[in-house]
Ligand binder design. Structure first.
Ligand SMILES: [Ca+2]
Ligand SMILES: [Ca+2]
Length: 259
């Protein structure tokens, strides 16, 4: 998992985002410990094929290890054979770039199905991961969105606890609490029979946020903790640093899940 953290930090740097560990005083690496994190897109077909698009380490699976190798190759730290280059160039532009690494990373967590798009119906899996972040207010760019989904997914895998982030411009005439509760329930969020989890709603029109909890979420995120979480991430919201705000939010939530 250290490798994966390193990869994400390299990706962050390459995407022009400063590495984020430390800015809320919490070990950011803890957010990346999900063991079931690297689900394999296209595993069903892997046995039948001699090579798998995106699989550059030859284990017939597309994992974060492949993404790391592709990223290294894209900056000249790794030299690929012609055959490997063909497998690494997943966007078929004839070059190995960070765009390929990004696609491989997305494929590793089930957000993308590379060349087997037509053969493998990965839509359910994609929706499954992406449903944890619905950005109706359009606060995040694609790269930020991808990384937040990875983090939300890894928290879910590690703690059996769904953290949901939803941005909106309207409460549809409801109170913030009603809106958040309904959004959570109507979309079937939560893990286990008690629907363990929480949802953070950011309403840009009202300029406010609301955190609703369910199941174990009610126990672990009590009122005083929710207040502390808010103190941690609202300064970033105020400065329109939405992505950093969400990293701060997730760091705080995870520190309570760990305790
Ligand atoms: Ca592989
Ligand atoms: Ca390429």
């Amino acid at each position: 998992m250290k490798k994966l953290l390193a990869l994400l930090l390299i990706v962050a740097v390459m995407m022009g985002i400063s590495p984020l560990s430390g800015f809320v005083g919490i070990d950011f690496s803890a957010l990346l410990t999900g063991s079931g994190f690297c689900t394999v897109a296209g595993a069903k077909d892997a046995e039948k094929k001699e090579t798998v698009m995106g699989d550059v380490d030859g284990d017939k699976k597309v994992s974060s290890a492949d993404a790391r190798l592709v990223l290294r190759a894209s900056v000249g730290l790794e030299t690929f054979t012609a055959a490997k280059k063909a497998l690494a160039d997943v966007d078929y532009d004839g070059k190995i770039t960070s765009a390929d690494a990004r696609l491989v990373l997305r494929a590793a967590v089930g957000l993308e199905t590379l060349s087997e798009r037509q053969i493998i119906d990965g839509s359910d899996e994609n929706q499954f991961a992406e449903r944890l972040l619905t950005d109706d207010a359009d606060l995040f760019v694609d790269e930020e969105r991808d990384k937040l989904i990875l983090l939300l997914h890894s928290i879910k895998e590690e703690y059996s606890f769904e953290v949901v982030i939803h941005t909106t411009n309207t409460y549809n005439g409801q109170s913030s609490m009603q809106y958040a509760d309904d959004y959570y329930d109507n979309n079937g969020y939560g893990c286990g029979e008690n629907h363990d989890g929480c949802i953070l709603v950011i309403n840009m029109e009202a300029r406010e946020w609301w955190l609703s909890t369910r199941g174990y979420g009610i126990t672990v995120l009590n009122d005083s903790r929710i207040q502390k979480i808010g103190e941690c991430f609202t300064p970033y919201l105020t400065h329109s640093e939405y992505y950093k705000a969400m990293i701060a939010f997730l760091s705080q939530v995870e520190s309570y899940l760990l305790s």
